[in-house]
Design a protein around this ligand. Structure first.
Ligand SMILES: *Cc1c(COP(=O)(O)O)cnc(C)c1O
Length: 428
């Protein structure tokens, strides 16, 4: 697989290099120079999830690692399912929260850990990542206890849920969590600055586990095939997918799945009131505003990292721009969404509810709607309990961390402060 830097087309790298580097020169994202078209989609849809995913990832990247290795990586990473729940008539929920940290980030983070193990071998690596809530947990879990890998997780102070914070801030060992006095966009900007710092890059062997790392997106392509595979055969051609979006990695992966031949009729980019993309699609102007804290906090992002990848697919004629609409759902409607789903007998949480409300706004009767359940409802226990007035039980993965002590450090949103923290903590 060959990838090009979207900001500097003279930088062309292999998949291994892209995984190792994370970002290209000038903070440019890597994107495949071409995407393979699968000619056996119907047969693929009949396969079990792991086997199909190994086939897809082999087709995308197999030549560098070899078929056997990729298959083993997939089997190690994807040890949980992605069930499609039937919610109402023509509406389904793709539940992506059955992994160890109960959010879809487990798919990408665990596959990325497998890739990184392949490409770095025994060399030391520092992973620096920003989280709006769920990446931190998935990455911390995927890399905890691994030799030669140090992980630094930046998160916005007071803007992640209590349980999310517990999931990535109580492990210790090689996992260092740092609350930043700022919003997620500040955390993300610090990560990008670190990638521009030659000293950090070379002395600490910097890598990122954010969705800027192409390994994560490649993994996420697989569960869109799994979603369509679980639809009744006669409904497959009319699937409309609503993706609750923050950094837009998940939507980028959905579009890659379509380019590879998965039948998806159209896409809905669902956001909360942090609506840079919905406004952009209407006006053509990219005008991020100050990030607002919402109950769907993993989407409290106003400068989405992965948008250039989506734009690239439009520009290269891979995806018709008309197939994407965007909807911003405010806090009241998010709560209404959680309640409506509950009335349908389906327990959800704010991110899924945003995607559900956005889907319902435009779904036609002859279409089949799939919204993504990106996190387990219990991850947002307090919010969901407040909305529904009924208790939400904690699964074991969460009750285990609920009473553990937080081990986070605290820093201002300042690059020099972060740099000196990293050298003191990681070089020790
Ligand atoms: C990360 C996250 C999102 C946003 O996904 P992107 O790929 O960043 O758009 C949505 N919901 C939940 C629960 C998340 O953790």
């Amino acid at each position: 697989m060959e990838l090009v830097n979207l900001k500097d087309s003279s930088e062309v790298v292999s998949f291994s290099q892209a995984v190792k580097q994370g970002l290209g020169r000038n903070q440019g994202l890597f994107f495949p120079t071409s995407l393979p078209k699968l000619d056996n989609v119907d047969a693929l849809l009949e396969m079990p999830f792991q086997q199909r995913s190994a086939y897809i990832l082999n087709t995308l990247i197999g030549d560098e690692f070899g078929e056997e290795t990729v298959t083993e990586m997939v089997n190690n990473a994807f040890q949980f399912t992605a069930p499609l729940a039937h919610v109402a008539d023509n509406v389904y929920s793709l539940e992506l929260y059955h992994g160890p940290t109960l959010a879809f980030k487990d798919f990408g983070a665990r596959f990325m850990a497998q890739c990184l193990a392949q490409v770095t071998g025994d060399n030391p690596v520092t992973i620096l990542t920003a989280t709006s809530g769920d990446t931190g947990a998935a990455v911390a879990h995927a890399f905890h206890g691994l030799d030669n890998i140090q992980v630094v997780i930046l998160y916005p102070k007071g803007m992640v849920s209590v349980l999310q914070e517990k999931q990535f801030s109580t492990l210790g060992d090689n996992i260092h969590s740092v609350e930043i006095e700022g919003a997620f966009d500040d955390c993300q900007a610090l990560v990008k600055q670190a990638f521009d710092d030659e000293q950090i890059k070379t002395e600490l062997h910097l890598n990122s586990a954010n969705s800027i790392n192409i390994a994560r997106l490649m993994a996420q392509v697989c569960y869109y095939f799994e979603a369509v595979a679980q639809l009744p055969a006669e409904k497959r051609a009319e699937a409309v997918i609503s993706v609750p979006s923050g950094n837009f990695g998940n939507l980028a992966a959905a579009m890659i799945a379509k380019v590879m031949g998965l039948p998806i009729k159209r896409f809905i980019a669902s956001t909360n009131v942090n609506d840079t993309v919905p406004r952009y699609l209407l006006s053509g102007l990219w005008e991020p505003k100050k990030t607002v804290a919402t109950i769907s906090n993993a989407m409290d992002i106003s400068s989405p990292n992965n948008w250039p990848r989506i734009e690239a697919m439009f520009e290269q004629g891979l995806v018709d721009k008309a197939l994407l609409t965007a909807e911003s759902v405010d806090e009241d409607y998010t709560q209404i969404g959680v309640r409506q789903l509950n009335d349908l007998g389906y327990l959800s949480e704010p991110h899924a509810a945003v995607a559900y409300k956005a889907l319902k706004r435009t779904l036609a009767d002859d279409e089949t709607g799939i919204f993504l359940g990106t996190a387990h409802p219990a991850k947002f226990k307090e919010t969901v309990e407040n909305i529904l007035g009924t208790p939400v039980a904690l699964p074991k993965a969460l009750s285990d961390v609920a009473n553990k002590e937080l081990l986070s450090d605290s820093l201002p949103a300042d690059f020099d402060a972060l740099k000196s923290y990293m050298f003191t903590t990681l070089k020790a």
